[in-house]
Design a protein around this ligand. Sequence first.
Ligand SMILES: *Cc1c(COP(=O)(O)O)cnc(C)c1O
Length: 337
Amino acid sequence: MMDLRSDTVTRPTPAMREAMVHAAVGDDVWGDDPTVLELQNSLARSAGKEAGLFLPSGTQSNLAALMAHCERGDEYIVGQLAHTYKYEGGGAAVLGSIVPQPLENEDDGSLPLEKITGAIKRHGPGLGAHFARTKLLALENTFNGQVVPRDYLKAATELAHHRGLATHLDGARVFNAVVAQGITLAEACDGFDSVSICLSKGLGAPVGSVLVGSQELIERAYRWRKVLGGGMRQSGILAAAGLYALEHHINRLADDHANATFLATELTQIPQVTVLGHATNMVFATFPEEDCAPLQAALAERGMLALITPESRFVTHLDVNSEGITLFINAIKEYFA
Ligand SMILES: *Cc1c(COP(=O)(O)O)cnc(C)c1O
């Protein structure tokens, strides 16, 4: 069985399950689950931030962060294609009363600096009551697998701070950027007042995200997590999987990147397929419309799950290896033959 639909499909390894079984636990709503505290502190430390907060999902982590930065009637600037804007059910507006100001993403995931500047609402005599108060710039890295350039992140966060805005990074896959660029997590988080990091994607934990930031910000996010229903009890069992992943599954992300490159190279050899690009652990390709459904079914019959569409995305992860990719390529070739 191989599943290229997403890196969220990873299953906890036997060793990870073992770590979960033996986790010391307490009641995290009372603040005394030692494994949760260890995970939060360890990730905060390596991100170069004061504090961390363990949440059940990346969506909740982003939302708690936005609500910690912004109050009712405040505004955040965000990419039109950003997860926090497009793929989280509009939670910032629905649950946070926060006004989104979306801007068109460039292909590399960046938001042009002059557009950010132009979107910041003016305040002052006679203007203050008209506009939402622009409070936050939210960026994403990696963005569709792509590592957002470091000099851009530096310039954008400096611009935001200069204009009095806070900065949030949706770093669901920030470790893919860390490994691809050979930098530290602290370097990848530099310039951001908060960063949300998923443990349940390429890192292979079953659930969970950690939000890192200043002590003060995390205290506000802690309150919102409870309000949003994310206060968990003996969650050390889950945090143990995260700690295990941080220790054992970061450097191996390089294998996922190599496997994605291998997959892209092999797909290029198939005349009916056009590879649109690949970055870190993702490959994008188009297939002829009429072949999509039958090819997807033929692959599924062989235990290979992938979404075959005119805009396919394949994602490599912990449970995909190069032998599996070779079988996948052979199955596609066979179908077209
Ligand atoms: C997966 C993901 C999230 C969070 O997703 P959950 O499924 O809620 O954990 C946030 N941002 C990005 C970019 C993601 O890929």
